[in-house]
Ligand binder design. Structure first.
Ligand code: FAD
Length: 389
């Protein structure tokens, strides 16, 4: 794999789109500026000031496909014309009321219906805590008994989740259950296992998400694969490193318990690569969707596929990166015939601001991939200049 081929990486980008990406990444590579602007934006949101316009023509254009599904499908089709498929997500967050959770359910089901029958949209996604109160996930995960009233609320949560999975299966769209914080994840794991047991009989439709920054996850993968073999169902795994490291470490420190997170980045990388190896050898029982921007891990996965004599377009292995990021990985993989699916968030600017702030922060962190993005975009701008001469 050669991820340095910028002609493939940015074949979809016009000169103006490239320039916009270049200046935006340069701006957000300034950690101090991003952290200052984030604080200002959070205060402005709290005061209900109209700041959407600041996001609309900057980070929104880079990291979101549009305001509505109708806008976004143009971008989805553009990606698909270069063999990069998508999964769409209405990226509004923190629905706490029962009404808000029903709205989230409506949005997930609406996106499943929209994706159905479109080869460019083979997957959909939901976050379990957008369909139920976090404190109940936490209680269940810690083994605390629920009151009578809480049991009723929890039954409604389970029904919402089952409705999403059932609709996805009926409409032949695969569906991810996102992974969240470790103190609520056991409840999500149990639900995901029961959905996979129920719906993944002939084909893996329901995919659980596994975060390899957790020390215990390799043994968990081995356990659920064994269970699936015994009970005769298929596993679908979205394999990621994990997004809540700081929160996890702070909580463990405050509680005086050992952190569930690997001791360092190298240990997470080793854990991730071991999971890749274990699953790729068993991909007929455990379909694999790799959500990562790590070039090393992607190369490792492609080598493992070769070692196992799999074709690049193996039907049970997918690669995924976020919309607006790591196009050099997505497009170069697609060029080599691998199955690539971008995570494509959409929604009204005001509602997706928390998602946009997270992307800006992630890209401004010292360990982030922005310098690599910047150097590749610059290389492509120069390559096009030379070609014009
Ligand atoms: C398509 C897609 C879907 C995703 N879905 C989810 C999801 O459902 N749930 C979720 O939690 N995340 C999700 N993520 C985010 C993901 O978990 C990572 O946070 C993100 O992709 C960065 O990891 P990386 O593999 O791309 O690459 P890298 O940049 O190589 O790795 C960065 C990651 O390594 C880990 N890490 C960094 N420093 C240390 C350290 N000192 N000690 C231990 N570990 C460390 C952290 O997990 C960090 O995010 C998703 C990502 C993608 C691309």
């Amino acid at each position: 794999m050669n991820f340095d081929n910028t002609e493939h990486a940015y074949e979809l980008k016009s000169k103006w789109e490239l320039l916009r990406a270049f200046y935006l990444f340069r701006l957000i590579s300034n950690h101090r500026l991003v952290s200052f602007l984030t604080k200002v934006a959070l205060v402005a949101i709290r005061l209900k000031l109209p700041i959407s316009f600041l996001f609309k023509h900057t980070v929104f254009k880079q990291f979101c496909s549009g305001i509505s599904k109708k806008d976004s499908i143009k971008e989805v089709d553009r990606l698909a014309s270069h063999n990069v498929k998508s999964y769409m997500h209405y990226a509004s967050e923190s629905q706490k009321s029962e009404q808000g959770m029903d709205e989230s359910l409506y949005n997930v089901i609406d996106t499943i219906k929209f994706s159905s029958g479109k080869s460019a949209l083979p997957f959909t996604v939901f976050k379990a805590t957008s369909l139920g109160p976090i404190h109940l996930f936490e209680k269940i995960s810690s083994g605390t008994n629920l009151s009578f009233e809480e049991k009723n609320i929890w039954n409604r949560v389970l029904k919402r989740i089952e409705d999403c999975c059932k609709t996805a299966i009926n409409l032949k769209v695969k569906i991810f259950i996102d992974a969240e914080e470790s103190w609520i994840q056991s409840a999500i794991d149990d639900i995901a296992e029961s959905m996979m047991n129920k719906f993944n009989r002939k084909e893996a439709y329901v995919f659980t998400t596994i975060q390899m920054y957790r020390k215990d996850r390799l043994s968990y993968i081995k356990r659920i694969i064994d269970k699936a073999k015994k009970k005769n169902f298929l596993i679908g795994v979205k394999l990621v490193r994990g997004a809540y490291m700081e929160k996890e470490n702070i909580r463990a420190k405050n509680l005086g318990i050992s952190s569930p997170i690997c001791n360092n980045k190298k240990a997470t990388d080793l854990n991730f690569d071991s999971a890749l190896e274990y699953i790729i050898e068993r991909v007929h029982v455990c379909n694999l969707f790799i959500g990562s921007h790590s070039e090393d891990s992607i190369i490792k996965a492609t080598k493992l596929m070769k070692k196992n004599n799999y074709q690049n377009n193996h039907p049970f292995i997918w690669f995924s990166q976020l919309y607006g990021m790591a196009d050099h990985i997505s497009f170069n993989l697609a060029h080599e015939g691998y199955q690539v699916v971008k995570y494509v968030p959409f929604g009204p600017v005001k509602e997706v601001i928390p998602y946009l702030i997270r992307r800006a922060e992630e890209n401004s962190s010292v360990s982030g991939q922005t310098p690599r993005e910047l150097s590749l975009i610059k290389k492509e701008i120069n390559r096009r200049k030379v070609n014009m001469l």
